[in-house]
Design a binder for this molecule. Structure first.
Ligand code: URA
Length: 436
């Protein structure tokens, strides 16, 4: 088989056979296909697309390019969650203990942040001693015993995606539904869960800018999950402004803890209840959404979700006392109020802009190797639709020094659009896409 024939077939709008797709993925994984040929095929796929059969074959070939996790030794139904990513997205920190406290086990592989979005592993390292480097056996044992675990993705899981994603990133070939679907779903399928819940973000701060594109992506992922034999649900949710109020590693941990303590109410809570309900109903732990929500809310009210989180932190080497005593978490020495220059209503907050403020303060990575400051970030006091008076604080900047705080405040105010009229109300959860 020749790679040049495969490239030409797709360039001319043809359908690739399963053998051709497997040949490509094998060659990418073992390095026998040079990057220029892979890049040419990726660009042909961007232009010509792939039908569902091709997308499924690509997904399965990528899933099988490395190790796959066998979770069958763990009792009960196992669930996993994926988010297409966004600013202030600390959902996993609260969602996993909420679900595990209801008896549904969750096995999650997570990543580190790069650029303006933070990674779950970085956030968790706010707990002194916490480690995400679990062996396969430790991971399985912890999911069984505690109810959930969050580990770094091993190099052996889906190596084809690692190579292809790096190449797509530098060749303008990220934006393609079949390539995004196969990238996300191959990793989720390799991670072994029976129930997969996908949080597909839409809006200016999201990967999918429009609701229509988010819906297309969600439908495709749900269908590929179903064809691969996993129960898959996708929620389409708003990322037209940061999620919750905190952006920055330790600040986001504190916000997730506030939710688990019943002290936070807002879009993050709504998201956790929505995704959590999809998981509980998908796993058969609740008969419908109302029952699932009631169980999740009870787990917050009676402290069991918070205690589950403390158990998890301790199991992964972290200091569980920090779950109950936030003074043990990193805190920045300087706090600075970013004050509105005019009165009106918050019409829009540029999520990416807020993410960049946090990065500017040292809370994000510019390259995969750079270190990060866990303590810094931004705490928003005003979100879309809120009234604001000139001189009132819209956000508190948490910084290392005054100079950094002042320039961050200027950048932050530029991310706020304040106008005379309130914006039109928009639902936070736009749609839920199920198999049926
Ligand atoms: N996230 C992924 O993991 N892959 C993509 O292609 C896009 C977003």
């Amino acid at each position: 088989m020749l790679m040049t024939d495969i490239i030409a077939a797709k360039r001319d709008g043809g359908e690739l056979t399963r053998e051709q797709i497997e040949f490509f993925v094998r060659g990418v994984t073992d390095g026998s296909i040079p990057d220029y040929q892979s890049a040419a095929l990726l660009m042909a796929i961007v232009w010509r697309g792939m039908n569902r059969r091709e997308t499924l074959d690509l997904t399965l070939a990528m899933m099988n390019s490395g190790d796959t996790l066998d979770l069958s030794s763990i009792s009960g139904v196992k669930a996993d969650k994926h988010s297409t990513g966004g600013v202030g997205d600390k959902t996993s920190l609260a969602l996993l203990p909420m679900v595990a406290a209801q008896g549904v086990r969750m096995a999650k592989m997570s990543g580190r942040g790069l650029g303006h979005t933070g990674g779950t592993l970085d956030k968790l390292e706010s707990f002194p001693g916490f480690s995400s480097a679990l062996t396969h056996e430790q991971f399985l044992n912890q999911v069984e015993r505690v109810g959930f675990a969050i580990a770094g993705q091993t190099a052996d899981l889906d190596p084809a995606d690692k190579k292809l994603y790096a190449l797509r990133d530098v060749t303008g070939t990220v934006q393609s539904i079949p390539l995004i679907v196969s990238s996300i779903m191959s990793k989720k399928l390799a991670a072994g869960a029976d129930v997969i819940v996908l949080d597909v973000k839409t809006g200016s701060g999201a990967f999918m800018k429009t609701e229509a594109d988010a819906l297309t992506l969600a439908r495709e992922m749900v269908e590929i999950g179903r064809l691969a034999g996993r129960k898959t649900v996708a929620c389409i949710t708003d990322m037209d402004q940061p999620l919750g109020n905190a952006v920055g590693n330790a600040l986001e941990v504190k916000e997730a803890l506030a939710l688990l303590k019943g002290e936070y109410h807002g879009d993050l809570e709504e998201l956790c209840l929505t995704l959590g309900s999809c998981i509980l109903t998908g796993a058969g732990a609740a008969k419908d959404e109302a029952e699932a929500r009631a169980k999740l809310e009870r787990g917050i009210a009676d402290g069991s979700a918070l205690e589950k989180f403390a158990e998890f932190i301790e199991a992964q080497g972290g200091d569980r006392r920090a779950v109950y005593d936030e003074s043990l978490l990193p805190a920045a020495p300087v706090r600075y109020e970013a004050r509105a220059e005019s009165s009106g209503f918050v019409r829009h907050i540029d999520a990416q802009g807020v993410g960049l403020v946090s990065m500017h303060l040292g809370g994000g990575r510019e390259t995969a190797e750079s270190g990060i400051d866990l303590a810094v970030g931004v705490e928003l006091h005003k979100k879309r639709g809120d009234a604001v008076a000139a001189g009132e604080s819209v956000a508190t900047i948490h910084a290392r020094d005054e100079a950094g705080a002042e320039s961050a405040a200027r950048l932050l105010l530029a991310a706020y659009d304040i106008g005379a009229e309130p914006p039109e109300a928009a639902p936070f959860v736009k749609a839920i896409v199920r198999e049926d």
